[in-house]
Structure formats: C-alpha cells, structure tokens
Design a protein. Structure first.
Length: 301
C-alpha cells in the first residue's frame, strides 16, 4: 500500500514540474499567440434599395465578383434627361457651310466678272472704273464671308460649351451608377453579413465583412532576450492543437516585428506575466483550411 502511494506521489511531482516548466517559458515553445487575418468591411457607396444582394456567411467570393446592385432606375432616368438636353442644344447649331454657300457663290460670280473685266480693259473695251467697281464688290463679299463665318463659328462654339456642364453631370451620374454595382474587393470568405436583399442601404453603411483565409497571421509575443535572435524573413515552425493531445506542425515566416515594447496582453493568465514588456511579431502561415481566426498557435524559432 505504501509502495503504491509513493508511486502516485512521484507521478504527481513529475507532472507538476512539467506544468511549471511549460508555464514559465522553459518548455518546448519559444512563443505563443493567436491567429488573425486581414479583415475588410465592405460598405455601400450608393443609397437606395438593394435589389440584388448575393452574400452568405461562410461563402467564398472572388476579387471583383459582383455581389449586389443598388436600385439605379432614377439615375438612369436622370441620365436620359441630360442626354436629351444635350441633343436639344446641339440641334440649334448653325450649318456653317450651308449658310456660307450663298456668299461663296456670289464671290465666285464676282471673280469671274473680274477676270472678264480685266480682259476688256486690256482690249480697251471697258473702263478701269468698271474693273474698280467689281474689285470693290468682290472685296465686300470676302469681308462679308469672313464676318459671317466668324459669327457662325462663335455661335456654334457657344452652343457646344453649353453642353459641357450637362456632360459633366452625366459623368457624375454614371459614376453613381457604377458605384451602385457592389463588387467584392478581395478573394476570401465572408465572415459576417450586415444587410439583406430588398433592404434600403446608404452611403458608408456596412454590408458584409470578408477576410482572405488562404494565408493566416499568427501574432505572437517575445521578450527582449528573444528579440535579438529573430529577424524578418526567418522561417519558423508553428504548432496548433489537433485534439487528443496531438499537434499539427506548419511552416511559417516572420514578416513583421514591432519596434516598440508593450505590456503582455491580458490573455496571459498571471498578473506577473502581464506586467512584463514584450514585442509583438507577425508570422505568415499558409492555411490548408485547418486554421481559424482566434485559434491559438505556438512557435519555435
């Protein structure tokens, strides 16, 4: 009986020593932390009814995938109205070539008369006064042509300039229409959904939260003594619990080290450990589907 009691006592002491060794940082792992991911909250850029919204929690979405549409009927009608206004303004533009054709014909006739008069003057069949009269008439027609062309051109340009503000409004409305089409910004899985189809949304209202879970980040903490032994790009071993006291081993890479010390997070159990200053490090781990946000992980540098 005493032998059995001694055996149990020895096993208890060995187990206690093992737990103390793990708890004070002298165990197998150099650091521990939790897994996180870059989460993106997708918000509406338009105001109106969600006529289509195909987002489900846990669903996997692709980058630039269209997941919803905000009602754009009024925007399209406003755009058509502005386009009609532009056509109405441009329809008032003068046909410059048509209106100048009559004067050009008179100039052509006067030019022909001038050549005839010049020949008659050379043969003394006409006086120079007749030639001077034709030249004066031709000069007057050319000035009339230039003045009329200038006025018509100014009128046409003025009407075209009236359409510029209308065209700018069309571009603004088109931008609003484009923003009414909800496109997913990144590959990932939907973590939370905040809206439903047929609800009315508004600018800046959150619609859903998504995260790329293909690569996870383990945020761990090291003390000042460990800091000198790690560097960016360093390959490390990461372990996560599989159950039944087994652990899954994965490869990781340190890609960020904090430049400032901070107090140990409150998730650490004892007050003495929480009072210590530590440095945060981020370790990138490729996810095979096993890792989850908030899962604990342990690191060997």
């Amino acid at each position: 009986m005493k032998k059995i009691l001694k055996t149990k006592t020895l096993m208890f002491v060995l187990l206690s020593l093992s737990l103390i060794a793990c708890g004070n940082g002298n165990g197998k792992f150099d650091a521990t932390g939790t897994f996180e991911s870059e989460e993106v909250i997708v918000s509406s850029e338009a105001m109106g009814k969600l006529v289509n919204f195909d987002v489900e929690e846990g669903g996997v979405l692709k980058r630039d995938q269209i997941v919803g549409v905000v009602d754009t009927v009024q925007l399209h009608l406003k755009k058509k109205q502005l386009e009609a206004s532009i056509k109405a303004v441009l329809s008032k533009q003068p046909e410059i070539d048509t209106q100048l054709a009559t004067i050009q014909e008179q100039i052509n006739t006067a030019t022909t008369e001038k050549k005839r008069a010049e020949n008659l003057v050379k043969s003394n069949a006409a006086t120079t006064k007749q030639l001077d009269d034709i030249n004066a008439q031709l000069d007057l027609l050319n000035k009339q042509y230039s003045a009329t062309k200038s006025n018509l051109t100014i009128t046409k340009q003025g009407l075209q300039s009236e359409t510029f503000p209308l065209q700018a409004q069309i571009e603004q409305i088109q931008d609003q229409i484009d923003k009414s089409i909800i496109k997913n910004p990144t590959d990932g899985a939907v973590l939370s959904r905040y809206a439903k189809q047929n609800e009315v949304t508004a600018n800046g209202k959150a619609l859903y939260k998504i995260a790329d879970l293909s690569t996870m980040t383990l945020r761990a903490y090291v003390n000042g003594d460990q800091l000198g032994n790690i560097k960016l790009g360093q390959k490390v071993k990461v372990f996560v619990d599989k159950g039944n006291r087994e652990q899954k081993e994965m490869n990781g890479e340190i890609y960020w080290v904090s430049s400032k010390a901070e107090f140990t997070p409150k998730t650490i159990q004892t007050k003495d450990e929480r009072a210590n200053l530590v440095y945060a490090v981020k370790i990138k781990v490729k996810n095979d589907g096993y890792l989850k946000i908030g899962m604990y992980g342990e690191v060997i540098f």
